[in-house]
Structure formats: C-alpha cells, structure tokens
Write a protein that binds this ligand. Structure first.
Ligand code: GTP
Ligand code: MG
Length: 358
C-alpha cells in the first residue's frame, strides 16, 4: 500500500522540523521563510504501540512497522493559488498525496519570524485553507471548460457545477454529501479539499487546549493534535533516534497513552480507513496496512504470492485477547488458542495472523 502524506503550512513554522522528527532525517531547518524550496521526501515508520507490546511479550527485537511516504513542502503564502511564492508547485504536489498534515504555529517565541508578524492560529488556518479552496476551484473550472465541448457528459457537468458552487462559497469539498455515483467520479479527480487533513499545532506546551481555536474557525470536525516539536526533537536526541529505543523509552516512562505522536499515527490510520494486522516468526514481528474490510485471502496476497496461491486457512487471535491472556499469564505462547477461518474471513484491526498454506 503506497500511502503518501504531505506537510503544508505557512513558511518558517516548523514543517521541516516536523519532517525531521517523523522521518529521522536531517534536512535543513532555519529561522527564515522559504528555507525549504524543493520538497523533502522521506519515510515515516508508523509505530503502532500494540506491535511493540506483542514484541515485548514474545521477546523479539526486530520490529517492522507499517510505513508511509512523507513529503515536506515549501511554505504557502497568500495568493499561492494564483501562483505567488512557490504556490502552484506546492499545491500541485498535494494532488498526489492521500492525507495532509497541516502544520499551525502556536508557539510564542518572538525571535522566530512569522511572515505576517502575528501569532494567530485561526488566521493562519483560514488563510491556508482558502488557498486550497481557491486552487481546487481553479482546477474544477478548467476541467469543466474542457468538458463543455462534450455534450454526452451532462451528468458530470452537473456534478462539476455543484463542486464549483461549494468552492465558490469558500467551503471545502469534503463538506458535501455525495451519492455513490458522484463519489466514484469525484474521488478520481484528487481535489485537495476532499483529502483527510490533520491540523498539527506546533505548541510551546502540548497540553494547551487548541480545540477551542479550531471550533471558532468552523472546522470543528477536523482533528487537531498538539505536538511540541522542540521537546520531541530533544527526546529524539536523548534516545539516539532508533524507533525501538524511542518506544522503549516511552513505555519505560509510561507516557505511551498520552503520547501525541502515537495519537497522530493512529489518527492517520483511521482517516485513511486503514487497519493493521500483525504477523510474527521467531526472527521478526511485522505490521501490515490494509483497507478495512479486506479478506484473509487478499491479505495473504500482500504478504507473498505463495501464501495466496496455496492458501488453506488462517489462524487468528486479536491483539486485545492476546494481551489479556498473556498479561494474566494464563497461557504460554506456544499454547495460544487461535480461531480458525477460511479465505473469506474479514480481518479486524489488531488481528495477529498465522497463515496455513500449501
Ligand atoms: N521556539 C520554537 N521554534 C521552533 C519550533 N519549531 C521550529 N522552530 C524553529 O523555527 C524555525 C523554522 O523551522 P523550519 O522547520 O525550518 O520551518 P519550515 O516551516 O520548514 O520553514 P520553511 O521551509 O522556510 O517554510 C527554525 O529555526 C526552528 O528551529 C518550536 O516549536 N518552537
Ligand atoms: Mg522547511
């Protein structure tokens, strides 16, 4: 599953700092706008705490997380949709991503220059979102103009007119309800304002209540996650950057459940309608991403064509049951009581699977 995530936001607000944090990279970050010009591309290990808990129980160190691609873009400024700054280039990149991390400055420090000399998350969010809406509108109008010469497309023209009317009233396309037929047509067009978005507030204090801020912007259905980028960067330095060390540090300090990076990853899965299943052998434990509703046979294909071609059955225990049994030490590992299913079994989030195949 080739998932791409794009980071957007105003210039000089910490986008590349977040990119470095999530991908363990060291791209240039500095206190001036447009420090990033060409996009940075890296891989995020979406660590699922459940995977590490299983790894701890079965005593395996080689933990392989699900991965997605992360693209760090240059800063967007006012009139980006009309080509100001690096506008068009950045917005075009967003057509290729599946989910957007919208970084919002909510840290006060005055020596970090803000392009509009303000600390106002609401104004920043509204400005960026308006550029996304405008850019979708420009695209939509240009698609429609091409279609108008083709009389056979009356239905499609009707849909486009609906989209244009929504965008013209400054609303994102995701606020519209679509019929199945419309959904099919629209989803292939990759409009930016249809994509799931997570607001990541770069905060001095990650316990600050930012939900209020976004409520007042009218985007109250969107998800906001507070992360103190500089604090996280320091944690990274302390534990020498290995993801496993990082998780062990977090588990040891018992801060996993309130740990905002974990919340970010879990929210990413949810918004993309992705679930994780796990497999392990005596060398490694691995997490696999699939769309919700995937059957055992399709999951087998993802792992190896031999498992798919020779599929006999799948043995399943869900993480919640596994953890309960093993935390209570009622059962030893080699006595795990798996349930047995055929190829039509619909995998649920957190299933630990053992495939039996010819
Ligand atoms: N005080 C403070 N400074 C931060 C924080 N996050 C980032 N910075 C600083 O802000 C400056 C800009 O950070 P970058 O990560 O380069 O920002 P950017 O959004 O990628 O900037 P452009 O690429 O220019 O658009 C750097 O000097 C960072 O060290 C934060 O949480 N608090
Ligand atoms: Mg940058």
């Amino acid at each position: 599953m080739n998932i791409k995530c794009g980071i957007i936001g105003l210039p000089n607000i910490g986008k590349s700092t977040l990119f470095n944090l999530l991908t363990n990279s060291q791209v240039k970050t500095d206190n001036y706008p447009f420090c990033t010009i060409n996009p940075n591309i890296g891989i995020i290990n979406l660590y699922d705490p459940r995977l590490y808990k299983i790894a701890n129980i079965i005593n395996i160190n080689n933990v392989l997380c699900s991965k997605i691609q992360l693209i760090d873009t240059a800063g967007l400024i006012k009139n980006a949709a009309n080509g100001i700054g690096l506008g068009e280039k950045i917005l075009e990149q967003l057509y290729k991503v599946n989910i957007i991390y919208h970084v919002v400055r909510n840290f006060k420090k005055n020596n970090i220059h803000h392009v509009y000399n303000r600390i106002s998350p609401i104004e920043d969010i509204n400005m960026i979102n308006m550029e996304l809406i405008l850019y979708d509108l420009i695209k939509c109008e240009s698609f429609l103009n091409k279609l108008k010469y083709n009389i056979a497309n009356k239905n499609i023209i009707k849909i486009y007119n609906r989209l244009i009317s929504c965008l013209s009233s400054n609303k994102m396309l995701k606020t519209l309800e679509f019929s199945d037929e419309e959904k099919h047509i629209v989803s292939n067009l990759n409009f930016i304002t249809l994509k799931p978005m997570i607001y990541i507030f770069n905060c001095d204090d990650d316990n600050v209540d930012t939900q209020n801020i976004v409520d007042t912007t009218g985007h109250n259905k969107d998800i906001i996650i507070n992360i103190n980028f500089l604090k996280e960067k320091n944690i990274n330095n302390i534990i020498k950057k290995s993801m496993l060390d990082r998780i062990n540090f977090i588990m040891y300090n018992k801060i996993l459940n309130k740990y905002n990076l974990v919340k970010l990853f879990m929210t990413t899965f949810n918004l993309l309608n992705i679930i994780n299943f796990f497999t392990f052998n005596d060398k490694e434990i691995k997490s696999w991403m699939i769309k919700r509703g995937t059957t055992a046979l399709t999951a087998a294909k993802k792992i190896h064509s031999d498992i798919y071609n020779g599929f006999i059955r799948v043995k399943v225990i869900n993480y919640n049951k596994f953890i309960l049994i093993n935390n209570n030490k009622l059962q030893k590992l080699n006595k795990i009581s798996y349930s047995i299913y055929n190829k039509h079994y619909s995998i649920t989030d957190g299933d630990i699977l053992k495939f039996v195949f010819r």
